[in-house]
Design a protein around this ligand. Structure first.
Ligand SMILES: C[S@@+](CC[C@H](N)C(=O)[O-])C[C@H]1O[C@@H](n2cnc3c(N)ncnc32)[C@H](O)[C@@H]1O
Length: 300
C-alpha cells in the first residue's frame, strides 16, 4: 500500500471519528482502558519534570486535550493535525478553558517550523502508526531540528513484541514471516532488565515491516496499514535521526490474550489498571503491553 493511500485512509477515518474520539479521550469510565489518557499522563509527567517548557508541540494532536493540559503550565503550546474536525474540538476546549497560549494548526508536521532548536518538548501520541516508514524517518529528522539541545521527544508506538503474547492472527503472521524468534530474543533481553539506552548493544533489530503490511483490523479503525515496531527498531530509527532512546513505558498492559478482553472487558480493564501501577518496577510489562510510550533525547 502506498503512503498516500495510508494517509488518505487515516484522514478519512479521523475526520469522521472526531466527535466520538473527543468523548472517549475525556471519558473517566474505568471499565475500559483509556489509552489516550495514559499516554497523556506520561507526556504531562515529562513536561512537569522539564526545567523549562517555553515551546511545546503535539503532532497528531487529535481533540486537543494534551495541548490544553500542557498549556495550563504556561508556555506556547501548539497542536498539529491534518483533520479539521479534530482541531475544532481542540479550539473549543482551549476557548472553554481560557487558554490563549494553546494554538491549533492544520496540516502535517513538515508544513511547520516552530523554531529550529527552540522547542523544549515534542509529543506524538497515536501518530507514527499512520505514517509510512519513510515518513517516520522524516518525522524523527524534523523533530531533531526543532528541539533544543536538552529537549525531549516522546511518542507512542504499537508494540510489535506483544504479537508474541497475543496468541492470535498477529502471532501467526510473525511465525509465517520467520520473525517470531527475533522478537522472542528481544523480549527475553528486555525481560532480563537491559537498560533502554543500551538495547542496540544487545539486540539486532528485526527487519522493519514493509510498506505493504496490511494487518487484521483492530478497535474499529478503518486504516489498512498501521505499523508496529519493537523497541530496538525504534531505537535504531531514532539513532539514525540523532536521538538516543531513554525510556520505554508500557501504556496498555494485557494481563492475558485479547481474547480475555473480548470476553471479559471489565476484568481486563481492572487488571490492566492494577498492573499499570507497577510499570516502573517490572521490565516484563513492556512485552505485555500493546502500546508503548518512547522517550528520546538528542545524542550528545
Ligand atoms: C489516534 S489519533 C490520536 C489523537 C491524540 N494524539 C490522542 O492521543 O488522543 C491520531 C491523530 O493523528 C492525526 N494524523 C494522522 N496522520 C497524520 C498526519 N500525517 N499528519 C497530521 N495528523 C495526522 C489524525 O487526524 C488523528 O487526529
Amino acid at each position: 500500500m502506498s503512503e498516500s493511500i495510508q494517509n488518505a485512509e487515516a484522514l478519512s477515518h479521523f475526520s469522521k471519528d472526531a466527535d466520538r474520539w473527543a468523548e472517549a479521550v475525556r471519558s473517566s469510565n474505568r471499565d475500559r482502558v483509556n489509552v489516550s489518557a495514559l499516554r497523556l499522563e506520561y507526556v504531562m509527567s515529562i513536561a512537569k519534570a522539564l526545567s523549562a517548557c517555553d515551546i511545546f508541540v503535539d503532532v497528531g494532536c487529535g481533540a486537543g486535550e494534551l495541548v490544553c493540559d500542557i498549556a495550563t503550565l504556561g508556555g506556547e503550546c501548539y497542536g498539529i493535525d491534518f483533520a479539521d474536525e479534530m482541531l475544532e474540538h481542540g479550539r473549543q476546549l482551549a476557548a472553554q478553558k481560557d487558554l490563549p497560549n494553546a494554538t491549533f494548526l492544520h496540516g502535517k508536521f513538515e508544513d511547520f517550523d516552530l523554531g529550529k532548536g527552540k522547542v523544549n518538548l515534542i509529543s506524538a501520541n497515536g501518530l507514527v502508526e499512520y505514517l509510512s516508514i519513510d515518513q517516520n524517518r522524516e518525522f524523527f529528522a524534523w523533530a531533531s531540528t526543532q528541539l533544543t539541545e536538552d529537549g525531549v521527544f516522546t511518542f507512542s508506538i504499537r508494540n510489535r513484541l506483544y504479537n508474541l503474547f497475543s496468541l492470535n492472527e498477529f502471532t501467526d503472521r510473525e511465525v509465517r514471516a520467520g520473525t517470531a524468534l527475533d522478537l522472542l530474543n528481544e523480549a527475553l533481553t528486555i525481560a532480563r532488565g537491559i537498560k533502554t539506552s543500551e538495547i542496540l548493544d544487545a539486540v539486532t533489530p528485526p527487519p522493519l515491516e514493509t510498506e505493504a503490511e496490511i494487518h487484521p483490523p483492530t478497535n474499529d479503525i478503518n486504516v489498512s496499514v498501521r505499523h508496529m515496531f519493537t523497541p530496538s527498531q525504534i531505537a535504531m530509527l531514532l539513532k539514525e535521526a540523532g536521538f538516543r532512546m531513554t525510556n520505554v513505558y508500557p501504556c496498555h498492559i494485557h494481563p492475558s490474550q485479547p481474547a480475555l478482553r473480548a470476553a471479559q472487558p471489565k476484568m481486563h480493564a481492572m487488571l490492566s489498571y492494577a498492573l499499570q501501577e507497577h510499570v516502573d518496577e517490572l521490565p516484563h510489562l513492556i512485552t505485555q503491553s500493546s502500546a508503548l510510550m518512547i522517550k528520546a533525547e538528542i545524542l550528545r
